[in-house]
Ligand binder design. Structure first.
Ligand code: IPE
Ligand code: IPE
Ligand code: MG
Length: 246
């Protein structure tokens, strides 16, 4: 067997779950002398391309960071633009998503969102519940620390009500109270725009995720970038604290 054949035989499987921090919309717009909202709109198109690429590449789960619990600090007009885009795309895309076998879900604190958005989200979840081609999870009004606090409150209530003993709490029990209950941890987290931080994304779930940071601004992201990120992931040696298998 040639060295190349041996290498391809030992190539690790592609990631089952890819999470993406879709960053750089504002800089993309600024470079073109456009308002930031135009960057967010172009970002929504990049997301459509990415969904198609994930299905073609056989990814099982895609989680995308769309709006963080800290993004409320932005000017009100930008927050309104982002919420408007979300309403528009969720309504417009739902039948396409359903038709392509996409199952749509959401992470984040729903209590902070407008009632009509909550309704659109619930409708999207119901409509796509049978999707088997790709699980897409949109993180909206999401912060990793906020998610952990909400899970800890649930655990505390269960303990106070005598349904759970504090000693019984382990990783599995806490993970089951997170917004991501039932979703495997991300194997790969990609962040666009060149920033190299998590910005409060999947704080618990990223414990052993591989990170790939790419300089491309999110509105320019496409299938080739996803393939390159997956390729880099497949070069990594995931040891989980153990010794490398050589
Ligand atoms: C990501 O792009 C989209 C959201 C955070 C909603 P940004 O809006 O953060 O773009 P930059 O980082 O300012 O370029
Ligand atoms: C993270 O990007 C949130 C999303 C992509 C939705 P930000 O642009 O908000 O992150 P910081 O402020 O640069 O850390
Ligand atoms: Mg940003």
């Amino acid at each position: 067997m040639s060295a190349a054949e041996q290498k391809s035989e030992t190539k690790p499987p592609p990631p089952q779950h890819v999470a993406v921090i879709m960053d750089g919309n504002g800089r993309w717009a600024k470079l073109r002398g456009l308002p930031r909202a135009a960057g967010h709109q172009a970002g929504a198109e990049a997301l459509r391309r990415t969904l198609r690429a994930c299905i073609e590449l056989g990814i099982g789960y895609l989680t995308v960071f769309a709006f963080s619990s800290e993004n409320w600090k932005r000017p009100e007009a930008e927050v309104d633009d982002l919420m408007g885009l979300l309403r528009f795309y969720l309504k417009k895309e739902i039948s396409h998503l359903k038709g392509r076998g996409i199952h749509l879900g959401f992470l984040g604190d729903r209590t902070g969102l407008a009632p009509d958005i909550l309704e659109i989200m619930a409708h999207a979840e119901r409509e796509t519940a049978d999707g088997k081609a790709l699980n897409v999870t949109v993180a909206l009004n999401y912060g990793g620390r906020d998610e952990i606090i909400r899970a800890v409150r649930t655990l505390a209530k269960e303990c106070c009500e005598g349904q759970l003993s504090p000693e019984a709490i382990d990783e599995e029990i806490l993970a089951a109270r997170l917004d991501t209950a039932g979703i495997p941890d991300p194997d790969l987290i990609v962040r666009t725009s060149g920033e190299q931080r998590l910005s409060n994304f999947l704080s618990w779930q990223s414990a052993y995720s591989e990170m790939v940071f790419i300089p491309v601004l999110w509105p320019d992201f496409g299938r080739a970038d996803m393939e390159a990120a997956i390729d880099e992931y497949q070069q990594r040696d995931r040891r989980y604290g153990a010794v490398a298998v050589s």
